[in-house]
Design a protein around this ligand. Structure first.
Ligand code: ZN
Length: 309
């Protein structure tokens, strides 16, 4: 692969990177994406930025939105208020000789981790992102697995408790309803633990995963119970996914993954009780994502390969 540009399109800025043959970011550019500007104007500015990075073979875009599979058409991008916008068509007006590839931003992050991060060198990779929601993607044989209808996998919405908590997607008992950062914070803030309450106060009234891990280290029993419940549900979800997909590596991204060993050690220890025939077949390693915010840029730049285009 020669030089490509990857674009991580966010609600306030677009992060552009010129990516070389080793999948390293050589040059960076940040362009404000003022959502009050018309769609055409934002795209024109992005196209100018891409051109300023020099001649490239292709441009990949990671977009926080629903995409019409394979078409480059954004069905809905909440951050921008875009509905049914032909992103690829508009870009191609400015970048006539450059191939343009577009995917969901979460998928781009997985592609980046697969080609240059924690999933590098493995034939298949399951990635889960534990953030506001629980996102996920599956890479297999160098390709992003998009499934029969082209919309990818949604591991955050497998049902881990029939009839359980209501999920943002409308179903009940989804993995996301228990294992997103949002769900964990809900548990932490509703706890009766005086220590958790104090740590939240000291953090300006904001709960997060780090507070929970700190309270666990201080020996707080309520915090330990919350963490145990969280880990058991997460292990059940990952275990079921592993039993079905048999990935070669499992990569966890998102804010919670920054807890390091405090998350990964107990989670890995639960896998024998969550994976079919663990004693015979085993389970792939569960590791943290390695690229941070660069995953989206690098993955976008690798879309040509990942989409098999
Ligand atoms: Zn759901």
């Amino acid at each position: 692969m020669s030089r490509r540009v990857g674009v991580d399109l966010g609600g306030t800025t677009a992060k552009l990177g010129l990516v070389n043959e080793q999948n390293e970011i050589e040059k960076r550019l940040v362009i404000p994406t003022d959502r009050t500007l018309p769609f055409e104007e934002i795209i024109a500015r992005l196209a100018d930025g891409i051109k300023s990075l020099g001649p490239v073979e292709s441009v990949g875009f990671g977009v926080p939105s629903c995409l019409k599979p394979g078409s480059g058409i954004i069905i809905y991008a909440n951050n921008f208020g875009w509905k049914n916008k032909d992103l690829r068509g508009e870009l191609q007006k400015h970048l006539k000789d450059t191939a343009v590839y577009i995917a969901n931003d979460a998928d781009c992050a997985a592609v980046g981790e697969y080609f240059h991060g924690a999933g590098r060198g493995y034939e298949s990779m399951l990635m889960l992102t534990l953030g506001t929601g629980v996102g996920g993607s599956f890479m297999f044989g160098g390709r992003l697995f998009l499934g029969g209808n082209g919309s990818g996998i949604e591991p955050g919405h497998i049902i881990v408790r029939e009839g359980g908590e209501e999920c943002t997607c409308g179903l009940r008992g989804c993995l996301e309803a228990y294992c997103s950062a949002t769900a964990l914070i809900r548990e932490i803030t509703s706890s009766a633990s005086p220590l958790l309450a104090r740590l939240i106060r000291e953090n300006g009234g904001k709960a997060n995963a780090r507070i929970l891990f700190d309270a666990v280290e201080a020996g707080d029993e309520d915090a330990q119970n919350i963490l145990d419940r969280y880990l058991r549900t997460l292990a059940a979800g990952i275990g079921s996914l592993v039993t079905v997909m048999r990935p070669h590596i499992i990569v966890i991204g998102g804010g919670i993954s920054q807890a390091g060993d405090r998350l990964f050690k107990p989670l890995s220890a639960l896998m024998p009780s969550a994976v079919f025939s663990y004693d015979v077949i085993g389970c792939a390693d569960i590791v943290p994502a390695a690229l941070g915010n660069d995953a989206g840029i690098i993955g976008a730049a690798c879309l040509k390969d990942a989409l098999g285009a």
